[in-house]
Design a protein around this ligand. Structure first.
Ligand code: LLP
Length: 433
């Protein structure tokens, strides 16, 4: 009935998450409110870990891309479930370490890591630094030498696959700020140089072809391209790269008509391609890492809002205004991302009207959805936006000086606040005058 399994309807006809009544949650914790079903997140973690172990014979890892949802509770959960973690800034690194996440299970990504970030990664013993470009490689080598250590690195490669939601095209010349190009010889030259550096231990290569991808084919193609490059490196330099990180990007169901690939099927098909390609190329099967973000947390989360004015413009449209918007969910204004909306008190009733859901920021583009189907709503009602667990809290801002909402985890009927609501004083904390 709903886009995610953790949602339901109780006897009062109210929307539930993890067995909890959303109207009660909104009443207890206020709105806007992010609610995440912890069991749903853990289920996703276990399913990924189970299938990577199964299809790569225990020689694989799952790194949660923390940019999708980064807070200490989530880092702790990922650690408990045996995941690794992808961090991309000193802030994500700090969050993970402060939650007790083991440094050796961290992958540090990013196209322009600062000296401060590289230094922290070395000092803290981050497992892998994913080097993006020759400038960073030089800098990292110097920093490692100065500390008398060796940085274990992987290299971000552009495999030349531009993946979109339903189709993909191969691009001859890749236009991306991330990574090293294959066709210009940049990737080969950088890895060859790295192999001679005293401060660098070359471990493997990495790619990430995009996000919210519904097909397996682009992932298979990326694996073939990456393994082909590994074989070329072996041939040209004698260096056998041991690790292949295939990134994240697996799509989730935002709308009832979305049909994401079963992650198990992805793992089975891509692992078959990996093993067959290695055999064909005469290279050993590498240790494989994947980095799902959205597909671990997206479906587990919803956002609850309170409806304010309902503005009917005859012959034009009806605006339903809510007490949040682009500050807590910038994905519509940024990407025109579509969501499923539910009037929480009438969750089982048919959606018999079309409305535009507007945020409260001083900006016409601050919408959460245009021409979306919804049940009857009135001022004061609770409105739920579904599948907001990824890239909502993590991309929220204080635009218009709006305090960020809290995050509540529900598990087996119990609710607990894992990130508290920002206060008005939080907003002026750093103002010196
Ligand atoms: N690994 C790397 C190196 C990445 O850059 C990303 C996402 C991931 C893994 C995880 O991708 P996922 O499995 O979540 O698709 N803000 C956008 C998404 C940006 C994704 C950036 N990189 C959104 O809200 O749709």
């Amino acid at each position: 009935m709903f886009v995610s399994d953790c949602l339901g309807v109780n006897q009062q006809g109210h929307l539930t998450i993890g067995g909890r009544d959303t109207l009660e949650l909104a009443e207890t914790y206020g709105t806007p409110l992010y609610v995440m079903d912890e069991n749903e997140i853990r289920r996703a973690c276990r399913s990924y870990i189970g299938s990577i172990n199964k299809y790569y014979d225990g020689k694989g890892a799952v790194a949660f891309a923390s940019k999708a949802f980064c807070c200490r509770a989530m880092c702790r959960l990922a650690a408990e479930e045996g995941l690794c973690l992808d961090v991309v800034s000193i802030g994500e690194l700090h969050t993970a370490l402060s939650a007790g996440f083991p440094a050796e299970r961290l992958y540090f990504h990013g196209n322009n890591k600062t000296v401060e970030e590289l230094t922290a990664a070395l000092e803290q013993g981050v497992g892998r630094i994913v080097v993006d470009n020759p400038t960073e490689l030089e800098l990292l080598n110097q920093l490692a030498l100065a500390k008398g250590t060796k940085a274990a690195v992987s290299f971000r490669i552009k495999p030349g696959i531009d993946a979109h939601t339903h189709a993909y095209i191969r691009t001859g010349q890749i236009d991306s700020k991330f990574g090293l190009a294959l066709e210009t010889g940049e990737a080969m030259a950088t890895i060859t140089a790295a192999a001679k550096m005293e401060g660098i231990a070359v471990k493997g290569i990495h790619c990430h072809i995009g996000s919210q991808i519904f097909d397996v084919e682009p992932f298979e193609d990326a694996a073939r391209v990456m393994l082909g490059f590994m074989a070329q490196v072996k041939q040209a330099t004698g260096l056998e790269l041991e690790e292949l990180d295939l990134g994240g990007g697996f799509g989730i169901k935002y709308l009832p008509e979305h049909d994401p690939v079963e992650y198990e099927r992805y793992m089975q098909q891509v692992s078959t391609v990996v093993k067959e390609t290695c055999a064909k190329l005469g290279i050993a099967t590498p240790f494989v890492t994947i980095e799902p973000g959205r597909s671990i947390v997206g479906s587990a989360g919803i956002t609850l809002y309170k409806v304010g004015a309902v503005k009917e413009i005859p012959g034009v449209r009806t605006y339903v205004s809510v007490d949040g918007g682009m500050a807590d969910n910038p994905r519509y204004i940024l990407y025109q991302s579509e969501y499923d909306f539910v009037a929480a008190a009438r969750a089982a009733q048919p959606k018999d009207r079309t409305v535009t859901v507007a945020g409260k920021c001083c900006e016409s583009g601050d919408l959460l959805g245009e021409n979306v189907a919804l049940q009857e709503v009135h001022p004061g009602d609770v409105l739920a936006v579904l599948a907001t667990g990824a890239y909502n809290y993590s991309m929220s801002s204080n635009y218009n000086r709006i305090p960020k909402p809290p995050v509540v985890f529900v598990k087996d009927g119990e609710a607990r606040v894992v990130v508290k609501r920002e206060t008005l004083d939080d907003l002026i904390r750093n103002d010196l005058l």
